[in-house]
Write a protein that binds this ligand. Structure first.
Ligand SMILES: Cc1cc2nc3c(=O)[nH]c(=O)nc-3n(C[C@H](O)[C@H](O)[C@H](O)COP(=O)(O)O)c2cc1C
Length: 347
């Protein structure tokens, strides 16, 4: 018999989700108690607009990960592509946390032919007691989307290889963009996508509905401080900015600066464009982000070209990908670390 944990009813709002105490791991607990504990790390995964579009069902001996399509973004993500990618990142964080505690999982993806919302069924296969891998867990707690300008130190070939390896070539292909000419072409594609999106009032309304002002108690969405507007500007201008004004020019100009101030770009692509590809791509993303965190690289997204048909096609041509672009990440180094974004903590 399945106990259904619905997104709205079973989130613990009292504790800070970013304060996870590794010592609380139930070493002597049942398999399901252990699996439940890993959810504390999994919810710290990134998601499009911090929509956290996941839900779980707890059974006697396994956990199901579900897509929560009530948290979809119909304008910028009409096919739930980024929604499933986000759930894939959740799954990667879950698995990496389990590994850090000596747990080997068995995961069946899309186990229920009758219900495509069930993305993965997860069992605990083996537990080897021992000291947890705290650095790995710390990487999960320290990772942030970092939208600051990065310094000019390059992302070395060794770092690129390490990151591509972490992502896993069977899950997603990574195309690196580091040279000036390709960066300029990428910049143009990103700015064209920005323009197309900001010319669309529905896109602006959707974006505005996920923007959160400072001191809000919301457990999801993007805090205005994370996108570089704060204080009075955020309170008075933030919502207007995205609801009323044509900021296509302004946003594109800022994105151009970010492109100039980024050591490297990684474009994730997949051979096909199915939900299975998206889930794997999200898992690749999760592993990639934690590897980047470990080696001191910071990451953010300029994902808009994947969200507009014309620019998605041009992106595929860049770097002769011959596959389907899913994510555009920018990488580099900065001392600045943004505050954590809110999370709904599963209980
Ligand atoms: C599939 C996906 C797409 C995203 N696209 C963008 C994007 O285009 N621009 C951006 O600034 N952030 C993007 N993000 C980052 C989210 O906004 C971020 O993960 C979320 O606000 C939570 O913040 P955190 O990553 O710091 O925990 C994306 C994240 C995911 C998983």
């Amino acid at each position: 018999m399945l106990a259904n944990i619905s997104a709205s009813e079973n989130y613990d709002q009292s504790a800070d989700p970013w304060q996870v105490d590794a010592a609380a791991f139930p070493r002597n607990g049942t398999a399901i108690e252990k699996l439940r504990f890993f959810l504390r790390y999994a919810v710290l995964a990134p998601s499009n607009h911090n929509s956290q579009p996941w839900a779980v069902r707890i059974a006697r001996d396994h956990i199901d990960l579900l897509a929560d399509r009530s948290r979809s973004l119909p304008i910028s993500d009409p096919f739930d592509r980024e929604l499933i990618i986000s759930c894939g990142a959740f799954l990667a964080f879950f698995e990496i946390a389990a590994r850090a505690f000596g747990c080997l999982l068995s995961i069946e993806r899309f186990p229920d032919r009758a219900n495509q919302d069930v993305l993965a069924r997860i069992w605990l296969k083996r537990y080897d007691p021992g000291s947890p891998n705290l650095p790995l867990l710390d990487d999960i707690l320290a990772r942030r989307t970092n939208r600051h300008a990065f310094d000019s130190a390059p992302v070395t070939n060794e770092e690129q290889e390490l990151l591509s390896f972490a992502a896993g070539s069977d899950r997603a292909r990574i195309t690196w963009i580091t040279d000036g000419t390709e960066k300029a072409s990428l910049a143009q594609i990103i700015m064209d996508a920005d323009k197309a999106q900001f010319d669309n009032p529905s896109f602006l309304r959707e974006l505005a509905s996920w923007l959160r002002l400072p001191k809000t108690s919301a457990m999801d969405g993007i805090p205005s401080t994370s996108i570089g507007i704060s204080g009075l500007t955020a309170i008075y201008i933030g919502p207007l900015l995205v609801r009323t004004f044509d900021v296509g020019q302004g946003k594109a100009a800022r994105d151009q600066e970010l492109i100039n101030n980024s050591a490297a770009f990684a474009i994730f692509s997949t051979p096909f464009d199915t939900e299975r590809d998206w889930l794997f791509c999200g898992e690749a993303l999760g592993s990639f982000l934690l590897c980047a965190q470990r080696i001191g690289l910071r990451v953010s997204y300029l994902n808009q070209p994947c969200e507009v048909d014309n620019t998605r096609f041009r992106l595929a041509m860049l770097g002769s990908m011959k596959s389907n672009p899913q994510l555009v990440l920018r990488l580099g180094r900065t001392e600045f670390s943004p505050p954590p974004t809110p999370r709904r903590r599963l209980v």
